[in-house]
Design a binder for this molecule. Structure first.
Ligand code: 5CA
Ligand code: ZN
Length: 412
């Protein structure tokens, strides 16, 4: 499907260094993307509601990776999905008496607008689950033929993945079986489904039900895809057998990324599926988890409608480290608005202190597991000095401005 409109990313003098990134599987930091191409798959939205600040923060995190990789001279191939068929979408559409396709199209369109406003560089491939169904069905059949998947014998046509076929299952999340059993049902799993070989076996293909959409599945029979196999197949088809980064929020560590890695590894025989499993922290509101049930979601589109500058939203979300679970508040936004104002005034000065040192330090902060708070502090210092009249380099304000645009995605 169509991605969103991109924008020119300024070129900077020199080059950034290799990006060190935290990997959930290693439980440590290691250099990312060892070749001259960086491949990244990011788990995108399930479009049954508008983009909230949590989605935005996660998308900004992976946008920073793309920016740092490009600045280091890498070609980047970035793929993001849209889960445009899944239970939550059908449930919301039924609740509101709406056609699920209309709901998905509307919310995906809004997401694109939000992403463009936040200056997220668009993925090269933006791919829906629905358009990938023939490929998914084929891969599920392969798993069945290889003995890694099985059909339930209750006449539903449902097909499950046999986690005992994946000897390394658990290497990505490092959870104990007890922890997995606790989390699985909270994140779409069905441990109590009768007839499964293991309670943790995830659904690969859901046979057709009355009043549910379905697609032809060849020898699988009509139905629709499970969630984890969707991401595994889209990534394999567009990025090859292994990816440098598999990303999303930390709510996806288990079961989603554990299962999609297990599916992909069985299909290719290559392990690990991802060189880095990268997870962004959850954004809450005023110290509480942001969730539909609490009714405390803050939508990017709402802020835009209230004339809040998207660059201030972006800055506010980058003022905490991407891996930390953190909270949105009016105060956080106000701080970001002040900061943006100071940076804009500094960038408009006739001269300032050399921005070359600033650029080198900015690159170093971001290459260190995307230390955006450290990067923001450097920009604050440069701006403070420029506003105090320090330095006499007439090229410095322009370089400061370009560096913030290229590396942080903040346009002054
Ligand atoms: N479609 C699936 C992924 S394949 C999904 O999780 N969709 S989502 O709409 O629920 O979330 C979209 C992306 O935003 C995912 O990467 C998810 O991990 C991330 N995300 C969801 N809620 C938050 C939050 N509160 N804070 C940060 N990131 C979040
Ligand atoms: Zn996913």
């Amino acid at each position: 499907m169509d991605s969103w409109a991109g924008h020119e990313v300024p070129r900077l003098p020199g080059r950034g260094g290799p990006l060190m990134l935290f990997d959930s599987a290693r439980r440590g930091t290691a250099a990312s993307a060892p070749t001259d191409t960086g491949t990244m798959y990011v788990c995108g939205i399930t479009p049954y509601d508008a983009t909230h600040l949590g989605h935005a923060a996660t998308m900004i995190t992976f946008d920073l990776i793309q920016r740092v990789w490009r600045d280091a001279g890498l070609d980047v191939t970035y793929v993001q999905n849209v889960t445009d068929i899944d239970d939550p979408l059908l449930e919301r559409a039924a609740r509101d008496g709406e056609d699920w396709k209309v709901l998905a199209m509307r919310e995906t369109a809004l997401f694109r607008e939000d992403m463009a406003a936040l200056r997220i560089i668009p993925p090269e491939h933006y791919v829906g689950a629905v358009e990938s169904i023939p490929d998914i069905a084929e891969r599920v059949l392969t798993l069945v033929k290889e003995g890694a998947a099985y059909r339930l014998e209750d006449g539903t046509g449902d097909v499950y993945f046999d986690i005992s076929a994946a000897p390394r299952f658990g290497y990505e999340s490092h959870l104990s079986r007890e922890q997995m059993l606790e989390i699985f049902p909270e994140r779409g799993g069905d441990p109590d489904r009768a007839g499964k070989r293991d309670p943790l076996d995830p659904l690969l293909w859901r046979g057709v039900r009355p009043d549910e959409p379905s697609w032809p599945g060849g020898d699988l029979g009509p139905g629709r895809p499970g969630w984890h196999i969707e991401c595994a197949v889209i990534a394999l088809n567009l990025l090859g057998e292994q990816v440098d980064v598999q990303g999303g929020g930390n709510d996806l560590i288990f079961p989603h990324h554990e299962c999609s890695a297990a599916h992909a590894e069985l299909l290719t025989g290559q392990t690990p599926f991802a060189g880095h499993y990268v997870h962004a922290g959850m954004i809450g509101l005023d110290g509480e988890k942001m969730s539909k049930s609490r009714g405390n979601l803050v939508f990017v589109s709402r802020l835009r409608a209230d004339q809040v500058d998207p660059m201030a939203v972006r800055l506010a979300l980058m003022s905490g480290h991407y891996r930390s679970n953190r909270s949105w508040s009016d105060g956080l936004l106000a701080t970001a608005q002040d900061r943006l104002g100071r940076w804009r005034r500094a960038g408009a000065q006739p001269c300032g202190p050399s921005a070359e040192v600033f650029l080198a330090s900015l690159r170093a902060r971001l290459a260190d597991d995307l230390d955006a708070p450290g990067a923001l502090a450097l920009a604050d210092s440069w701006a403070e000095a420029a506003l105090a009249g320090a330095g006499d380099d007439p090229a410095a304000p322009a370089l400061f401005t370009r560096a913030l645009d290229a590396l942080l995605g903040v346009r002054l």
